[in-house]
Write a protein that binds this ligand. Structure first.
Ligand SMILES: *Cc1c(COP(=O)(O)O)cnc(C)c1O
Length: 354
């Protein structure tokens, strides 16, 4: 039996989006593609809060997360860590053979701006990685406060993952002075996986141009060169770009502020449901994600069994990521959800909790 995904990525994809993907293919060096590529820029730039170019990468977000490191780290990168994805980013930097250090916080705690300032002040860093919304533990750090620290270190290029917050939460790239802001398709954009996006500052591009081992597939200089012609370096995942075009039309029709407000409302709806049943929010008070909730399994519920029953009712949630498996569970409110669709999920959850 098919079931609807309420895990924090991939999330459910609308029929409208799926239909957009079935349009006949076009050549990626022809005028139709160039017009399509260029038409997407204003909508994407509005969501990133930037006038910088937005590159389209045929990869999941990790491609751009690794590629960004290869492009901008010449000396040493500081990786802010407070969950599974940000922890892994340090490991990825080391696997790329880069000098890297971690600034660690307990999972569920936000990245602390004062600690970031203190570590950067020790010197030696020329890049920082930061995850806006740590999906693994449902913790959203204070991006404006962290960006204010980063602006005091002009030699440090910032690489910011907004994979699970993009298009659901305001991201003011230019106002905050961020260098590389990246995201993926299968989280709040509610597209299938396989496409990722990055808005890149001139400073980051200038650094990339001096990096000898930036490779080819994720070379930002190649992305920029092709961007100027309305294209991507290699053959892009055209059906997902059709889907993105359709999604940007949906977003324009709803209005960006309304989209942000909807995500906030639905997030609270799920949170109130769980708190009323005796669960607790896992992340630190005041730093819970807006696009998902990660709850501590304070009732000791058998999560695999609940999810099994839930599946039979046509839904799936997440039973905890990595070391939090079993002790936490996560419910996404990303994408196209509404009060009505979440009410269906929560009723099925009530019936499945037993
Ligand atoms: C999902 C996710 C990723 C990884 O994305 P992939 O699509 O698996 O490459 C990275 N960062 C965050 C915050 C995520 O939620």
């Amino acid at each position: 039996m098919p079931y609807k995904l309420f895990i924090p990525g991939p999330v459910a994809v609308s029929d409208q989006t799926l239909r957009a993907m079935t349009r006949p293919l076009i050549g990626h060096r022809g005028s139709e593609f160039i017009a399509l590529y260029r038409s997407l820029q204003p909508g994407l730039q509005a969501l990133f809060g930037t006038a910088d170019p937005v590159y389209l990468s045929t990869s999941s977000a990790w491609g751009l997360m690794e590629g960004s490191l290869r492009n901008v780290v010449r000396r040493k990168v500081l990786c802010c860590m407070n969950g599974a994805f940000s922890d892994k980013w340090l490991e990825v930097a080391r696997r790329c053979g880069l000098e890297a250090a971690g600034l660690s916080f307990e999972w569920g705690r936000p990245v602390d701006p004062a600690a970031l300032r203190a570590e950067l002040a020790r010197g030696g860093y020329d890049a920082v990685t930061l995850i806006h919304n740590e999906t693994s533990c449902g913790c959203q750090s204070d991006l404006p406060a962290l960006a204010a620290v980063l602006r005091d270190f002009p030699d440090v290029i910032s690489i910011v993952d907004t994979v699970s917050s993009f298009s659901a939460v305001p991201i003011a790239k230019d106002a905050l002075g961020l260098d590389i802001v990246l995201t993926g398709s299968q989280k709040a954009l509610a597209l299938p996986p396989g496409l990722s996006l990055a808005a890149v500052s001139p400073r980051a591009l200038a650094r990339a141009a001096t990096s000898p081992a930036r490779g080819y597939y994720f070379d930002l200089v190649e992305f920029q060169k092709n961007h100027e012609g309305g294209m991507t370096p290699s053959t892009p995942v055209i059906p997902l770009i059709y889907a993105l075009e359709s999604k940007l039309q949906d977003i324009a029709a709803e209005g960006i502020p309304a989209r942000f407000a909807r995500h906030r409302r639905l997030n609270h709806l799920v949170r109130d449901w769980a708190l009323a049943r005796g669960f607790r929010l896992f992340p630190q008070e005041g730093f819970g994600s807006v696009t998902l909730n990660c709850f501590a399994n304070t009732l000791g519920v058998d999560l695999p069994a609940v999810n099994q029953r839930l599946k039979q009712r046509g839904f799936l949630i997440d039973g905890g990521y990595g070391k939090l498996k079993g002790t936490t569970f996560r419910i996404s409110n990303m994408g196209d959800e509404t009060e009505a669709t979440l009410a269906e999920l929560l009723a099925a959850l009530d019936a499945s909790l037993g």
